[in-house]
Design a protein around this ligand. Sequence first.
Ligand code: PMP
Length: 334
Amino acid sequence: MNTVPARENAPTASANPFGTAYPIVNLNGKLVHTDEARVSIHANALSYGTGTFEGIRAFWNPRSRQLYLLEAVEHYRRFHRSARILGLPLSFSVDKLVDMTCELLRANDVRADAYIRPLLFLSGEVLTVKMHGIEARLTMAASPLPGSYINTDGVRCMVSTWRRPPDVSTPIRAKVIGSYVGNALAKTEAVQSGYDEAIMLTADGFVAEASTSNILVRSDGEWSTPPPTDDILAGITRRRVMELVAETTGKTVIERRIQRSELYSADEMLLCGTAAAVAPVVEVDGRSVGDGKPGEQSVMLRNLFLAIARGDDPSHPESTMAVYDNNSPVSAGA
Ligand code: PMP
């Protein structure tokens, strides 16, 4: 006779190392308890990765007791573009999605660094490989994520044996759930080989990006980064860092093809992305980047980026949004 195993409440190896996800989530526009937002094991997206997502950061500023949502409008613009590419219905406007995100954070009384995951996916129980005529669902959930998800004091990278799929195979401008398997394999390969992060090349061998971040390289005094046509996800952080480089050094970041051997001779290198923030790279495939210490400009850019994100540097108010109305009484437990 089959017995039902006892429910396991103890943390498992797969538990979020940064803490339990917040209990209130958004399901198709309504706030519900996470227990009510269940997905069937027959959901189309679970088998085929048919959906899109975003990852958005919120930074808590203990000094001003304010939570700052970073680049929310840009993230939801990309979410809309991804939905359009995949042909998924998304009835909420960018502004409405931003409001829903602030509401979600307030409902959970989030007063710590957090990560927000909007998802739009085929939830219908139809196991046909197609994108049309299947029910879709929108969810939004938040979980704790401290400022330093990756070692921002110096990342050690390996060039992965896994390559970025070309846009002719999978739409690289869309953040497609299913297309992250290659990135996950690359990350695991890097970590199991003793590195922190993977750098993926394009199918024809040019530098593309890291597993969940973009890459900028400084050689001969110029910062360069691969163009979107080299099968990268054109990151929102990448765009901001390019602006910060121009503002602080007076020089434009060049978008151009980068060969693997340039990674071995670069003076500085950094990774940038929502989760990674700005992280100087100190080593690639066992070779030091520059003198093997985080580059001077990379450290300056990392510090400036984090100061803007946390609301300590007011020079880019368009990047952040205050979640709490600080004139209203602070809730208990804050
Ligand atoms: N590339 C990939 C594959 C990613 O998943 C991410 C994270 N979204 C990035 C680059 C960086 O993009 P962003 O700065 O918009 O987070």
